[in-house]
Design a protein around this ligand. Structure first.
Ligand code: NI
Length: 205
């Protein structure tokens, strides 16, 4: 009886040690995993828009470039400026490493976001920020290509309409893969960590 009890006790202790070992290994693995996974291969699609200099641009102009892409609108009271500010801060903190990354702002409000409005607006953020707008059809095509939701909202209490829209910062690599979608809750530190890791582990294909 006593022998059996000891045997069970020893087996239990072994089981605990093994379970603890597995748990520790999983935590170790998670902490050391590079955060550079590709969310979607060959993301995005065709678009034709105009930049802040009123020059026609298509998706081909950004081929083979690292990109941070944000869709929004210049009249957005809070979220767009906050996210673009965060993107700018990230690029500034990355310093030389940011030279390879093209930051892009695409309007979801072509009616009010004319080239001049866009040009003024992007000057508030990163000096290399590209601002794109176009006709309603052109913007709709870009939204479709990048799976962006945006819809005009207006009720009786508003003098001007607003636009409800997805708030994603897309991080894309030169192969057109979507490396990560940064969201409102992702801190600048988290973005920097992911971007550095993606840049350093990237090998051209
Ligand atoms: Ni917004």
């Amino acid at each position: 009886m006593k022998k059996r009890f000891i045997r069970i006790l020893i087996l239990s202790v072994f089981a605990l040690i093994i379970a603890g070992g597995i748990a520790a290994y999983q935590i170790y693995k998670e902490e050391n995993q590079t955060p550079n996974f590709v969310t979607a291969k060959n993301f995005g699609g065709p678009f034709t828009l105009v930049n802040q200099e009123n020059k026609k641009v298509t998706e081909k102009d950004f081929e083979n470039q690292w990109r941070l892409i944000y869709f929004g609108f210049t009249y957005c009271p809070a979220i767009c400026p906050t996210e673009l500010q965060k993107m700018t801060g990230v690029l500034n903190d990355l310093d030389d490493q940011a030279d390879d990354i093209t930051p892009i702002f695409i309007s979801v409000d072509p009616e009010r976001d004319t080239t001049d409005v866009i040009k003024n607006y992007i000057s508030l953020f990163h000096p290399r920020l590209v601002g794109l707008t176009g006709s309603e059809e052109q913007v709709n095509q870009a939204k479709k290509s990048y799976k962006i939701f945006a819809a005009k909202v207006k009720d009786d209490t508003m003098t001007e309409y607003t636009v409800d829209h997805s708030s994603f910062i897309y991080f894309m690599n030169p192969d057109n893969d979507l490396v990560r979608i940064f969201r409102i809750e992702d801190s600048a530190e988290e973005m920097i960590k992911v971007i550095k890791s993606a840049l350093s582990s990237y090998t051209a294909t």
